[in-house]
Ligand binder design. Structure first.
Ligand SMILES: NC(=O)C1=CN([C@@H]2O[C@H](COP(=O)(O)OP(=O)(O)OC[C@H]3O[C@@H](n4cnc5c(N)ncnc54)[C@H](OP(=O)(O)O)[C@@H]3O)[C@@H](O)[C@H]2O)[C@@H](O)CC1
Ligand SMILES: [K+]
Length: 531
């Protein structure tokens, strides 16, 4: 598990290292610039490493001549991000490349460190230019160092022009862009574009990954992200507040191992309540995923019409089917039947493909009011709670909701744009209000757990943007619950496992072609430790 920091938290790490421990700011900066040069150098000359000396000899002159022909534009703001950029320009110049530094203006308040870097650059003869000057025609690489974690408001004026120029070079002339710490214009806190922003090929960030690099659109604007150590003193765990987290491969070790002396009862009984008429697939994908994740026994409760197709596809699942008319004709008996089924289960999936007919509402209400085991509530169960808000009155700490943004919007009556602007806050607020765990599904899924922890998921693939993926997720979470995981952990780790399965499926079937069943098929590679 790793922590993701916002701008204020990162600034505190910076301040502590410099002020409390006395590590000179320029020392941290030198290491930061070196890391930028390492990655930027790879874009200029494959295999170039930032700290490889140019040894004297005949080869040196030839190499310097070749490098001289390549021009680097370091586009720098007035803060320490700009100072990093100027330091990187200096290093690349010393390696033989032609660099220029482009500033917003020749005047203006600059950070102390930028003054130092510009003074060194000047002595080395690096041109320090502004937009009013004649800029070199050649541009083989852009170092974007306008704003880092200091960006605090929308980008306007000359800064907008600088970002516009970088974008133009990137789009029209295909000039690669290496961003320093953050792609300029992206909020480190939310990943939002603050008016306009640079799209980088690589972003080199320092110390810790930032929240805005994990959430979209910021995540996409980063290109390939490198998180590099530059020598910050870690936070004091006693004083550090609660950060946003992300699961990593090491967390897969938390999935309980299968014991040699186990039997099917050891690994929990999952009840999947899913699938209206003609929606057998939703129930099938959820149940299949629960089994693939490791559940011992899965029972599907669905309408009679789905019986044969499910039994054919997944004979391993136990089936309990019913006639929806029963709900209206014999409501008491129907509820008793539901109670007997939920009483059997160690965890329940409620909602995939369930439809929104009256019997489905009866079903959802009965399950929510009677069952005390963890319930993974998805799709139509969420839609029904949105349509009949009194159902939210049943929400308690045993519930894990897994809505996608649109379902969440219906549930909370908040516009989609508002949710997308700050999904962490939206999920957190909902989780706090109802005491539930909320998995808010999007390209970067956010999980607000009832224990107060917030997660952004870093795994996944666009191949998963397809019908059935959500059903698979419900099964993965239920499967982890069946394996004995705590419900908070099962929710956030389940999202991570699901994303890794998506990545594995993409490799196997191609980004356009993954089917939900294949996604479920790849769960095994993740939980069995092959990914
Ligand atoms: N030793 C260190 O400290 C290390 C620091 N490191 C590097 O420093 C970076 C942080 O530096 P930073 O704090 O100087 O902020 P930075 O991102 O350069 O922004 C500059 C200034 O712009 C301003 N501003 C904000 N929004 C604006 C807008 N829309 N339009 C116009 N102006 C705007 C705002 O100033 P304001 O105008 O608010 O006074 C802000 O202060 C960090 O990302 C990393 O790259 C690394 O080298 C590691 C060691
Ligand atoms: K930047």
């Amino acid at each position: 598990m790793k922590d993701l920091l916002n701008a204020a938290e990162m600034k505190a790490v910076d301040k502590r290292s410099i002020e409390e421990y006395g590590i000179p700011s320029l020392v941290l900066m030198e290491r930061a610039a070196l890391e930028v040069v390492k990655r930027a150098g790879e874009l200029l000359e494959p295999g170039l490493s930032g700290n490889e000396a140019l040894e004297y000899g005949p080869g040196r002159e030839r190499l310097l001549k070749e490098r001289k022909r390549k021009t680097v534009w370091a586009v720098c703001g007035f803060g320490n991000n700009g100072a990093d950029g100027a330091a990187a320009a200096r290093m690349l110049t010393l390696q033989g490349f032609s660099s220029v530094i482009l500033l917003p203006s020749q005047e203006g308040k600059r950070s102390r460190e930028l003054e130092v870097q510009l003074s060194v650059a000047e002595k080395l003869g690096i041109p320090i230019l502004t937009l009013g000057d004649l800029l070199p025609e050649a541009c083989d690489l852009i170092i974007d160092a306008v704003f880092g974690i200091g960006l605090s408001r929308p980008v306007e004026g000359v800064y907008k022009e600088l970002i516009g120029l970088m974008e133009e070079k990137r789009q029209r002339e295909l000039v690669p862009v290496a961003a320093v710490d953050m792609p300029s214009g992206i909020s480190s806190d939310t990943g939002a574009v603050m008016g306009c922003a640079v799209k980088a090929d690589v972003t080199v960030t320092f110390g810790m990954r930032k929240v805005g690099q994990a959430l979209f659109p910021g995540r996409e604007y980063c290109g390939r992200l490198f998180v590099e150590d530059v020598g910050f003193v870690p936070e004091d765990p006693e004083q550090a507040g609660e950060h946003v987290h992300a699961h990593g491969p090491e967390d897969l070790m938390e999935i309980p191992r299968r014991r040699a002396d186990s039997h099917k009862g050891t690994y929990g009984k999952i009840l999947v309540i899913a699938g209206a008429k003609n929606m057998a697939g939703a129930a099938y994908f959820s149940a299949l995923a629960a089994y693939r994740t490791g559940a011992g026994l899965v029972k599907i409760m669905t309408v009679e019409e789905n019986r044969s197709v499910i039994q054919e596809r997944l004979p391993e699942a136990v089936l309990s089917s019913f006639d929806p008319q029963w709900a209206s004709e014999e409501p008491g008996e129907f509820k008793e039947y539901i109670r007997s089924q939920t009483g059997w289960a160690d965890a329940i999936v409620l909602g995939p493909g369930l439809g929104q007919e009256e019997y489905a509402r009866t079903l959802v209400e009965a399950v929510l009011s009677d069952a005390y085991v963890p319930i993974v509530m998805d799709a139509d169960a969420v839609n029904l709670a949105a349509r009949y808000p009194y159902l939210k009155g049943y929400f308690t700490e045993n519930i894990i909701l897994t809505p996608h943004v649109l379902e969440f919007s219906r549930l909370t009556e908040k516009p989609v744009e508002e949710i997308k602007e700050d999904p962490l806050a939206a999920a957190r607020e909902f989780s706090d209000q109802y005491g539930v765990t909320c998995v808010l599904k999007d390209a970067a899924t956010v999980t607000a757990r009832k224990d107060g922890k917030l997660f952004i998921n870093l795994s996944g693939s666009p191949a998963m943007a397809k019908g059935g993926s959500g059903d698979v997720l419900t099964g993965v979470i239920a499967g982890l619950l069946a394996m004995g995981m705590d419900d908070c952990e099962a929710a956030s780790l389940g999202v991570y496992v699901h994303g890794l399965a998506g990545e594995a499926a993409e490799k196997k079937y191609g980004v356009h072609s993954v089917l939900a069943g294949e996604l479920a098929g790849c769960i095994g590679e993740v939980v069995n430790g092959n990914v």
